[in-house]
Write a protein that binds this ligand. Structure first.
Ligand code: TXA
Ligand code: MG
Length: 335
């Protein structure tokens, strides 16, 4: 692909979805909404197309991608499921769960897995994502996968509306489908079902550890280098300390912001401390997850314009709060 390209903004009209499928078939890059965040899609079985994702995002080549499929049947063409994996897929798909499973010989580009013998895979529930997958399957035929990382420049805040995608990647991708806001707003929870039957959380996200425990009978093991020394950096390269970074500095757990800080609060009721933006006045973590990235995008541009930084109030560390705190920690790590 030559840069710069003209990025088309497509609608969810069937003609535009067909156009998006044609672009994918031709090896192009199309950003599309999912229920978690916008993904930057390419044909997962086309090396050049997958390579173009890494170029457009400026993403390190050792950071593998999630393959999006339309149903469990197509997932089985790309990955091997054991009993635990199948139970998790049946419980949470379509939805905000990615499973890291042994990869099958299936024509997947080696760039998708970054040479690992596992693949991260998920079935999105978002209606637009599902129509794109169906249209792509119709034109390409067979089992199809769309490799899609979050549609942001590598290391930056994930996009939850089409305007965020354009702000980060305009002129570097062929098209973005504007399907409105993302329902969940936080990336998928990534699980690694281990050979011994236990399940490890490689990335906290849109499905809580408590919900996973209801399916597997025990709390999953929280991954990350501190608690999981067996996880090599290559197994979970996206878990880099610096990630999801705003352009301005961000401080967490702040109870009283300074005058030079924009304040992102949580809870307190409609009449409570509202700060500059409140993730959820009623203290609802699902609502907070939904608002998180959009509010960070907004505060980031305001802070840049005003020469200020961002301070965030403490967020409870249970349910979706675990994923929210994970993203804030990475946003606050300085690069
Ligand atoms: O909600 C989501 O998961 C969104 C939407 C678009 O589906 N996608 C997303 O992709 O967040 P990305 O590339 O931003 O994050 C994918 C994460 C990375 O941290 C990557 O290292 C990890 O998944 N990953 C991918 N394949 C893996 C594998 N085989 N083993 C371990 N981690 C893997
Ligand atoms: Mg990402």
């Amino acid at each position: 692909m030559n840069y710069p390209v003209k990025t088309s903004i497509l609608s969810t009209h069937p003609d535009d979805i067909t156009r998006a499928a044609d672009i994918l078939c031709a090896g192009g890059l199309v950003a599309f909404p999912t229920e978690t965040v916008y993904g930057l899609g390419a044909d997962a079985q086309n090396d050049a197309a997958v390579g173009a994702i890494f170029t457009a995002k400026n993403r390190p080549a050792n950071n593998p991608l999630i393959v999006h499929v339309k149903d469990i049947g197509d997932a089985c063409a790309f990955a091997q499921f054991d009993k635990v994996a199948m139970a998790l897929a049946s419980a949470f798909w379509p939805g905000a769960l990615s499973l890291v499973l042994p990869v099958r010989e299936s024509g997947l580009s080696g760039l998708v897995t970054a040479g690992l013998d596992t693949v991260a895979i998920r079935v999105p529930s978002d209606k637009t994502a599902q129509t794109v997958l169906a249209a792509f399957a119709a034109v390409r035929g067979g089992s199809v996968g769309i490799a899609a990382p979050s549609a942001n420049p590598s290391g930056r805040i994930s996009p939850t509306i089409a305007a965020h995608v354009i702000a980060g990647l305009d002129g570097r991708i062929d098209a973005v489908i504007d399907g409105g806001g993302c329902a969940v707003g936080l990336e998928s929870t990534i699980l690694y079902p281990r050979a011994d039957g236990s399940v490890e959380v490689l990335r906290a996200g849109g499905i809580s550890a408590e919900a996973i425990a209801e399916i597997i009978g025990v709390m999953p093991i929280m991954g990350g280098s501190s608690v999981s020394p067996i996880l090599s950096p290559i197994l979970s390269p996206g878990q880099l300390a610096v990630h999801y970074a705003p352009k301005t500095a961000l401080a967490m757990g702040v109870l009283s912001p300074r005058a030079d800080q924009l304040y992102l609060t949580f809870g307190g009721g409609e009449s409570g401390e509202s700060g500059d933006l409140n993730l959820s006045p009623s203290g609802d973590l699902t609502e907070a997850a939904h608002n998180l990235f959009d509010y960070l995008h907004r505060l980031d541009s305001q802070a840049l314009a005003l020469g200020k930084t961002i301070a965030v109030a403490p967020i409870p560390n249970h349910g979706l709060g675990v994923g929210i705190n994970d993203r804030l920690r990475r946003a606050s790590a300085s690069d």
